[in-house]
Every structure is written in structure tokens, then in C-alpha cells.
Ligand binder design. Structure first.
Ligand code: MN
Length: 509
């Protein structure tokens, strides 16, 4: 066969053969949108290949987590969306004969090799923009279908089953439409799993430039061919499936349109002036339900408004991007839009409900989907309460940064998002990066920092700030230029702020 990413083909086949030779497999995956989709892809591929497995999730694959995995009875462990960066530790258990790792990851590998290591970075492919953990898992899944079909699946049917995740076929059989529209070939060779790989890549921010490219684009092409993905240029706003039209426009702040973005009444007035049926059966319509002509009407009016209010042309270009639609999901559900799907998964991950996220990925459209939606609603409520808290209590201004300490009043998993969203509110400047502390546990504090793209253009690199400032006080951190995080020992917050202030001052001078 020819897999979607030729550079990875040989390694993917070697990994698949190793999995196929195992009696059973422990599948360990990261907890975030990319990790959940990675696990769902791997789970379905193992299931279809007739390889018994069990799934575990970890927020962080630290030494304790690896040691617990090595302590299980499983000899073969498939790591997805992590494992490469921890190969030094995993390798010790491999050397001791405790486990054989098979890794499908896209993060920077530690200084150690292993035979069954599938990572785009080992083959000259960018792991931050061209292939995600879910993409690597998809490449592996395609190889598994090729290497491990037939005999193995038949043999396993009579055998003992140890997987606790429910089979995708069970879930999907009550979905009806799924079985009808995806040809048997796409399922037999796992190409239908491309939809989840796209959700993972989008969730990993790999479409940040407006569309997926490189190896990701190859996967999109396979998904289109298999009938599970549709792509096309569309409005680059979040919530096209689920948000009522006025909210879609009001909440869209990536490209700020004066008089519409962050302006509930303005967004309403803007829509009112268009010759458009805004409500149907008493309910606001949604973007996904508009005809192409109606979409055109709104999009052109948005562009005209942006131009007339002096939004720069480069920004206006950002109003349109490539949309990834999961064609088998119902119109008007968050699952139909790769970006909304990944947001839903992140909500389950943030509140440590990987089981819920995984079930949704595996096709549960009942209880798990409802629970996921509830988690997302709670998440949005927590964000808005957090933003209110920070705005009410204010931040402390230093020369080059501003900061606040939320203690245990904002969860450490969302304090960074809260900080970023609070920027621009009364008393919280957009001309300085913001540093936010929240308790992680009794000994450690989580620090998150957010900047703006305009600060980054002036030289700000928060990944360096967070890395250097945290290590100076016995912590560790990193991330991206515009958003980064660290974990530091409690009681050192002031020293951290002082150091961060110095570094930012140097970067922006
Ligand atoms: Mn990832």
C-alpha cells in the first residue's frame, strides 16, 4: 500500500507489525484534543485489527506515570501524542525488559532512540505545523489495516477481550448515516479515521495560518476521498455550526470589526440592515444553515464594514479561511466543524474527563455527547467568572509585565486563557504581557503568560521568558512566543515576576 505520508511509510509498517504481533496492547495517550483523537484513532485501528487493548490517559507522562505503566501486565505499550520527549525514561524500562514501546508522537524526541518510533521530526517533517499526534496515529492506523488484517482479526474474535473502550462499530451502527455514507473500503483501510486526524490537527493549532498543509493536507485529501471530510473556503469565525448568527459575529474577535466584535447590539443592527431572514420558527438561524447566497450576503457586508472602518487589508484576508467539515455529522452540531469538535474535546480534557471525550470520538452521540456539551458550558461559565474576577480585582503593573495571583479561585488549567481574554478590559493593558498565577497543588504554582501578536512583532518571546524565569527559581516551563506556561515552587512568585520583568524588558528594548 501507499500510506498518506510516504516518508513515514516504512517506520509505520514496522510499528504496525510489532503491534500486530502483540497478544494485547496498553494504549496510553495524552489528555487534550489531539491526544483524545490520537487515542480514538489508535483504538479503532486496534479494534478493527482484532488486537485486544486497554486505554489509559495521562495529563503528563512523567516518571511516576511511566513507572505505573511499566508496572502493568502489558508488555507492549502504544504511546500516542506523547512518548518521544520521555524516551530517556521509557528507555530505561525497555532496557530492563519491562515493556516494548511503540510511539506515535510529534513532539521533540529526547536523546535516545527506539525501534518502533513514529515521529515526523525523525523524517524531516515539521511536528508543529505539518503533522499532529492524531496525524501520526492515523499514519499508523493506515499501516495497521494493511499489515494486520484478516487472520489476526478472525483469531481474536474468539479470544479474550480486555479492551474497556467500547467498539466503534457498536456505536456507529446506531448512527445509521455513518454506515451508509462511508464505503466499506474506507473503513477496511481506516481512511474514515482521517476525520479524527483533522480534528486533532486543528485542535493542535496546526491550521493556525488558515489551512492545514504538508502531511496534514495529505490526510485531508484521504478524508475527502473517503467521504468523511469536506473542505472549502468559508468565513473564519468560530461557531459556524452552533452559534446563533448575532453571537457568531459578536464573539468573533480574531479579526476585530468595530461596531460588531464584542458588541451585542452592533452585531444585531448589522444583521438587521441586511436583506436576510434572520430567524426561523422563532429561533436565530446559524451560519451552517444559510444558503450559499445568504452566506455571500453576510460575508460581503462584513468585508465592506471592515474596509469602511479602516481594518487593514491583511486582517480582512483573515476573515476567510479553509473550513474542515465532517460530512457524516449532523448539520448544526459542533461535531460537524473540526474546530468546534476540538473545542468540545478540550473541554472534556480540561476537566479530566478523557473518558467522555474518547467516547464522543468513538461515536457516542448520546450520554457522552450530552456530558461533553455540559462540560463546555461549565468551562465557558468558569472563563467568564474568571475574567470578571481578574477585572474586578485588577492586576499589578510592573515596568514591562502585569500580573495577578488567582490562588485557588481560578483553576490552573484555565488561568492562562482567562488572562488572555481579560487583556484589554478596564485596567488591564494590551501593551504589556500578562502573567497569571494559580495554585497547582500544595507545593507548586502554575504560571501562565499571554502576549499579543503586536508585542511578538516587537520581539516578545514568552516561551523564553517562562523557561528562563522558571528555571531561575527551580521550576520549568516553555511554550510559544505569544502564550507560554511554567510550574514553579510555591513562595517564589515575586522572584519569578522580577526575573520575567527583566527578560521582557530586554526583549522589547
Ligand atoms: Mn499533540
Amino acid at each position: 500500500m501507499t500510506g498518506p505520508v510516504p516518508e513515514l511509510e516504512d517506520r509505520a509498517i514496522a510499528c504496525a507489525k510489532r503491534l500486530c504481533a502483540a497478544d494485547r496492547v496498553l494504549l496510553a495517550s495524552h489528555i487534550d484534543a489531539d491526544g483524545l483523537t490520537s487515542a480514538a484513532i489508535a483504538a479503532q485501528a486496534l479494534e478493527r485489527a482484532g488486537i485486544p487493548f486497554e486505554t489509559v490517559f495521562e495529563k503528563q507522562l512523567d516518571e511516576d506515570a511511566i513507572s505505573a505503566i511499566a508496572d502493568t501486565d502489558y508488555d507492549t505499550v502504544l504511546f500516542t501524542d506523547f512518548g518521544s520527549g520521555q524516551l530517556d525514561v521509557i528507555g530505561e524500562y525497555e532496557d530492563a525488559g519491562d515493556l516494548t514501546p511503540v510511539i506515535a508522537d510529534h513532539h521533540q524526541p529526547a536523546d535516545r532512540e527506539t525501534d518502533y518510533h513514529l515521529n515526523p521530526l525523525l523524517f524531516g517533517i515539521n511536528g508543529a505545523s505539518e503533522l499532529s499526534g492524531a496525524g501520526a496515529s492515523y499514519v499508523l492506523a493506515r499501516a495497521l489495516a494493511d499489515v494486520c488484517s484478516g487472520s489476526r482479526a478472525a483469531a481474536a474474535d474468539g479470544g479474550e477481550r480486555v479492551d474497556e473502550s467500547r467498539s466503534s462499530s457498536e456505536h456507529r451502527s446506531d448512527g445509521g448515516a455513518v454506515a451508509e455514507s462511508t464505503g466499506p473500503t474506507a473503513r477496511a483501510d481506516n481512511r474514515d479515521l482521517a476525520a479524527l486526524a483533522v480534528v486533532g490537527a486543528v485542535g493542535d493549532m496546526q491550521a493556525a495560518g488558515g489551512e492545514l498543509h504538508g502531511a496534514n493536507a495529505e490526510i485531508v485529501a484521504e478524508g475527502v476521498e473517503a467521504g468523511v471530510i469536506e473542505t472549502g473556503k468559508d468565513l473564519a469565525l468560530y461557531g459556524k455550526q452552533t452559534r446563533p448568527l448575532p453571537k457568531l459575529l459578536e464573539y468573533a474577535t480574531d479579526v476585530h470589526i468595530p461596531g460588531i466584535s464584542n458588541d451585542a447590539n452592533g452585531a444585531l443592527r448589522f444583521l438587521d440592515e441586511l436583506d436576510l431572514e434572520l430567524k426561523r420558527d422563532g429561533e436565530w438561524r446559524r451560519w451552517a444553515g444559510l444558503t450559499s447566497e445568504e452566506k455571500q450576503t453576510v460575508a460581503s457586508a462584513l468585508v465592506r464594514r471592515a474596509v469602511s472602518r479602516g481594518v487593514p487589508a491583511t486582517k480582512i484576508d483573515g476573515l476567510v479561511s479553509t473550513a474542515y467539515v465532517l460530512s457524516e455529522e449532523s448539520v448544526g452540531t459542533e461535531l460537524r466543524d473540526a474546530s468546534e469538535f476540538s473545542t468540545l474535546l478540550n473541554a472534556t480534557a480540561r476537566y479530566e474527563r478523557a473518558d467522555v471525550g474518547l467516547s464522543v470520538c468513538l461515536g457516542d452521540r448520546g450520554g457522552a455527547l450530552e456530558r461533553a456539551r455540559q462540560l463546555l458550558r461549565e468551562h465557558r461559565r468558569n472563563l467568564s467568572n474568571g475574567i470578571d474576577l481578574v477585572t474586578r480585582e485588577g492586576v499589578t503593573q510592573e515596568d514591562h509585565v502585569q500580573w495577578f495571583h488567582a490562588g485557588d479561585r481560578i483553576r490552573e488549567t484555565i488561568v492562562g486563557i482567562v488572562a488572555g481574554m481579560a487583556m484589554g478590559n478596564a485596567g488591564i493593558s494590551r501593551s504589556k504581557p500578562i502573567v497569571a498565577f494559580a495554585d497547582k497543588n500544595d507545593e507548586e504554582v502554575k504560571v501562565s503568560a499571554r502576549g499579543t501578536h503586536s508585542l511578538v512583532r516587537k520581539g516578545l518571546d514568552l516561551s523564553i521568558v517562562m523557561g528562563d524565569a522558571s528555571r531561575a527559581i527551580g521550576g520549568d516551563g516553555g511554550g510559544h512566543d505569544v502564550a507560554a506556561g511554567a510550574t514553579v515552587p510555591k513562595g517564589n512568585e515575586e522572584a519569578f515576576v522580577e526575573r520575567a520583568d527583566e527578560i521582557v524588558g530586554e526583549q522589547l528594548s
